[in-house]
Design a protein around this ligand. Structure first.
Ligand code: XUL
Ligand code: CO
Length: 447
């Protein structure tokens, strides 16, 4: 494939749409940013560097609008080509044109997203090697970067009973082969992280499943992934993406706390982080902010697949997240803990099946980018004002007092603590948690 200044023989795919620029809140141009001003400094950092936004290959360029009840609804010009390989090249040219027009810095992909259909593992290897060279050429041409790569271990029918947790060792070997190749490709492309989403690592029924054996396998092969990362000198983070179910009934990577227990059992704490997705958080009965707070407190924070579900139906609908409050609540947990490091905000979100025009892809992303920018501004205001922080500090201040310190000291025992109650005549009263006051502070800060 030739990659010329325009992005290959095939571009442009979006000739009607020019670069998306910041125009400010007063702009009524639907193809402009109202809030995302990449060079604006917020809490000492450029917006672009805080948010490190990425467009995902699978929803934006691969999905043809097929769903369980209907045929492909989208006619993407890059889905056709002189050959399957030509179509893959066209898709790549479209991907870099889109990213450039949106002026976002990163992209994410699965191995199968960037290659033509590959009938065997060996063919996938060859095609991925070729695609990696083409991606590198596009990166050089555009300055765009890879936030993370991942092997698709759910689509092929051989993975119906799982990939690394499959009962058949031949199938596990194929999964390992795919991960090895995709991690190498991610490394070659200067990827910032590598993600594992275990969509079928789990079970549909315990009647045919040896849960003990499958978890052993999962721990063993994840350890080998980590070992390989060090062997090739990959400096990015390895990340697991928590999700409780769908496609399988029970997924082993249920939520961040479950993954913490699993990593700790296999000695992988500090080696593996989490890629948190709001729609997965709500599926597991948590809020997005809860999963971020948990990951931060356990030292597991990696990256974010930003999206949301539909609160009425509870499915994994992967919609663009326009809920500024929800994202602000997550950011006030994340930013004081240092933000994203090698992670980013990847739009793991898709337009609705009825949104069939190419311009809809732009509207979806522009809405997602601006909502996130507004959440960043809102969170920054709350952090700068400091009222939430000082309220929490005051709430826990007793732990600095002599009794609090003594209770946490190694010398303390149940007896020594209990005896203090009578000795000091303790009979404390409850202090208000001020939830409504604090919620009002958040709502008043929303930009
Ligand atoms: C599935 C999901 C995936 C991963 C990448 O729910 O979120 O798209 O992010 O495999
Ligand atoms: Co995801």
């Amino acid at each position: 494939m030739t990659v010329d200044a325009q992005g290959g023989a095939h571009a442009p795919f979006f000739p009607e749409i020019g670069p998306i620029c910041f125009e400010g809140p007063q702009s009524d141009n639907p193809l402009a940013y109202q809030y995302y001003d990449k060079d604006r400094v917020v809490l000492g950092k450029r917006m672009e560097d805080h948010l490190r936004m990425a467009v995902c290959y699978w929803h934006t360029y691969c999905w043809d609008g097929v769903d369980m009840f209907g045929a492909p609804a989208f006619e993407r010009p890059w889905h056709q080509g002189a050959s399957p390989r030509d179509a893959a090249d066209r898709k790549m040219a479209a991907a870099f044109e889109f990213l450039t027009k949106l002026d976002l810095p990163f992209y994410c992909f699965h191995d199968v997203d960037v290659v033509e259909p590959s009938p065997t593992p060996a063919a996938l290897s060859d095609n991925l090697r070729r695609a990696t060279e083409a991606l590198a050429a596009h990166q050089d041409r555009t300055g765009k970067r890879l936030l993370w790569g991942t092997a698709n271990l759910t689509n092929h029918r051989r993975y119906a009973a799982g990939a690394l947790t499959n009962p058949d060792p031949d199938i596990v070997a194929c999964a390992v082969h795919q991960i090895r190749d995709c991690l190498n490709a991610t490394h070659a492309l200067g990827g910032q992280n590598y993600v594992l989403w275990g969509g079928r690592e789990g079970y549909d029924t315990l009647l045919n499943t040896r849960l003990d054996r499958e978890l052993e396998q999962y721990g063993r092969f994840l350890s080998l992934v980590v070992e390989h990362k060090h062997k090739i000198g990959f400096k990015g983070k390895i990340m697991i993406e928590p999700k409780p179910h769908e496609p399988v009934y029970h997924m082993y990577d249920f939520d961040t706390a479950t993954i913490y227990g699993f990593l700790s059992r296999f000695g992988l704490l500090g080696e593996v982080h989490v890629n948190i997705e709001p729609n997965h958080s709500t599926l597991s009965g948590h809020s997005f902010a809860h999963e971020i707070a948990m990951a931060v407190s356990l030292g597991m924070m990696g990256s974010i697949d930003i999206n949301c579900g539909n609160s009425q139906n509870g499915w994994d609908t992967d919609q663009f997240n326009l809920d500024i409050r929800d994202m602000t609540l997550a950011l006030i947990e994340l930013l004081p803990a240092g933000g994203l490091d090698t992670g980013g905000f990847n739009f793991d979100a898709k337009v609705r099946r009825q949104s069939s025009d190419l311009s809809d892809l732009f509207f979806g992303h522009i809405g997602g980018v601006d909502a996130l920018a507004r959440a960043l501004l809102s969170a920054a205001e709350l952090i700068e004002k400091g009222a939430l922080k000082s309220h929490k500090e005051a709430r826990y201040a007793g732990w600095q007092d002599p009794l609090g310190q003594a209770m946490m000291a190694e010398t303390a025992s149940l007896d020594s603590i209990a005896d203090q109650v009578v000795e000091q005549g303790l009979n404390p009263d409850h202090a208000s948690g001020r939830q409504e006051y604090l919620e009002n502070l958040v709502n008043r800060s929303l930009v």
